[in-house]
Design a binder for this molecule. Structure first.
Ligand SMILES: Cc1cc2nc3c(=O)[nH]c(=O)nc-3n(C[C@H](O)[C@H](O)[C@H](O)COP(=O)(O)OP(=O)(O)OC[C@H]3O[C@@H](n4cnc5c(N)ncnc54)[C@H](O)[C@@H]3O)c2cc1C
Length: 409
């Protein structure tokens, strides 16, 4: 098998369009601004529906009332060099033959397109789920979760009898992956404290985590799962595994085994899939609608389109599994895409993508967490500090890349 292909140097000018200013897309745009310093003929355009980048890994803190939604929205103009053009608009489709992105601001032609549109919640066609639950995929979503929790606590305080109060003050989270675990931990820790400000006894609120699989944090080491389960139990979270939701109704989550999980607030953190826009296109898609790419992260049969982040379906040769939808994967893919676009412009060989796993860290509650790094599992305060450090480092790296704005003149 060949290790590299030569990019055609024939058309080294023109328009590079990056669709999506999330972890992958913003990284590609920022890295390219530096690489395009001596190529004024190449236009770089970043397109997103929002004029801010969302630090999604911090959403559980917004949903737990510890951080304001605006604190996890980074204005694009603060981090993107002037070398790149930013267009705030909704992307509505693709004209693959005409090489045009269809948007609310009109079509945008590309010589190379980078697709980095991320994910959206997957309700797995469970009846009632989309209507009955709050999603957790944007700063606005997380803000709505915290507002709903406040409303539920107020309603519980006004209710008569401890059973009714307990039901209304219970937050039920569907999905025991990292997002569900982080949210459950945050809420379990803060709810007893905030209950009294709503006129409710601290023992009334509760958090339940409902997971269809046999364990939470599926795919993680048994040691990490044990440590996370133990912390959740300390915090009073009721974890239900092998609990498949058959339907979401006014009464609550109806499980396949006939049980009913009642509560006052229902949040869905049970998985993601590719945006509909991509599913409706003629791009080749695989599991969960993610786009199939070659080893250089180009769409199969569309060498002018690169994909990075959650939207890319990339198989890790070391495990045979498609890489998970994670920020660290999105950033690494973004790095490879930026380097390959630079190679395209210079007529150099493209670089195959290789994933370097830095480990897995999940915060559980406001002080503790769990981490698997280099085969070593830790649980406790250190892991929580590590998660804080990763988030701090990410924000620093975004600021640092901004420093590569070309010097005027
Ligand atoms: C609550 C939560 C917690 C998480 N925690 C972690 C964690 O701790 N560690 C970790 O590694 N990963 C975590 N993740 C996963 C991580 O956030 C994603 O893997 C990462 O955001 C993927 O990056 P991306 O660039 O592919 O997509 P995104 O960051 O989602 O960016 C996609 C961008 O595309 C834009 N867009 C989409 N559709 C359109 C359209 N039609 N028109 C215009 N713009 C559009 C969006 O506005 C967005 O800016 C978490 C995710 C969530 C939701």
């Amino acid at each position: 098998m060949e290790d590299a292909v030569n990019a055609s140097p024939a058309d080294s000018s023109g328009q590079i369009v990056v669709a999506g200013a999330g972890y992958a897309g913003l990284h590609v745009a920022m890295r390219l601004t530096a690489k395009l310093r001596n190529r004024p003929q190449v236009e770089l355009t970043l397109v997103d529906r929002h004029d801010y980048h969302q630090v999604l890994t911090e959403l559980p803190r917004v949903a737990g009332g510890k951080r304001a939604a605006d604190a996890v929205r980074i204005p694009i103009q603060d981090v993107l060099a002037t070398r790149a053009r930013f267009i705030q608009t909704e992307i509505t489709g693709f004209d693959l033959a005409g090489r045009r992105l269809l948007t609310g601001a009109g079509p945008i032609g590309w010589r190379w397109l980078v697709l980095a549109l991320g994910s959206r919640p997957n309700d797995f066609a469970i009846p009632g789920l989309a209507q009955r639950t709050l999603p957790m995929y944007s700063a606005g979503d997380a803000e709505r979760v915290w507002a709903a929790v406040g409303k539920a606590l107020t309603a519980a305080a006004a209710a008569t009898g401890p059973d009714q109060q307990r039901r209304l003050a219970t937050v039920v989270i569907g999905g025991g992956g990292a997002t569900g675990v982080e949210l459950a931990g945050e809420l379990a820790e803060v709810l007893p404290k905030v209950a009294s400000s709503h006129g409710l006894a601290p023992d009334r609120p509760a958090v339940q985590l409902v997971e269809a699989g046999p364990t939470i944090l599926a795919g993680s080491s048994p040691q990490l799962i044990d440590k996370a389960t133990k912390i959740l139990s300390d915090l009073g979270v009721q974890v239900r595994t092998s609990a498949t939701i058959a339907a979401a109704t006014e009464e609550g989550f109806q499980l396949k085994d006939g049980q009913l999980v009642e509560g006052g607030v229902f949040v869905w953190a049970g998985g993601v899939k590719a945006p509909e826009l991509v599913a409706d296109s003629e791009l080749p898609t695989g599991h969960n609608g993610r786009v199939k790419v070659d080893r250089y992260l180009r769409v199969l049969d569309h060498p002018d389109i690169y994909v990075a982040g959650d939207l890319a379906s990339v198989t890790d040769p070391s495990t045979g599994h498609v890489l998970p939808a994670l920020a660290q994967v999105a950033l690494e893919e973004g790095e490879t895409v930026a380097r390959n676009l630079d190679a395209e412009l210079k007529g150099r060989p493209l670089e195959p993508f290789t994933f370097h796993n830095k480990g897995f860290v999940v915060s559980v509650g406001t002080r503790r967490g769990v981490a698997d790094i280099a085969g070593i599992t830790t649980g406790g305060h250190l892991a929580h500090l590590l998660k804080d450090a990763i988030e701090w480092e990410y924000r620093q790296s975004v600021k640092h890349l901004r420093g590569w704005d070309p010097v005027p003149g």
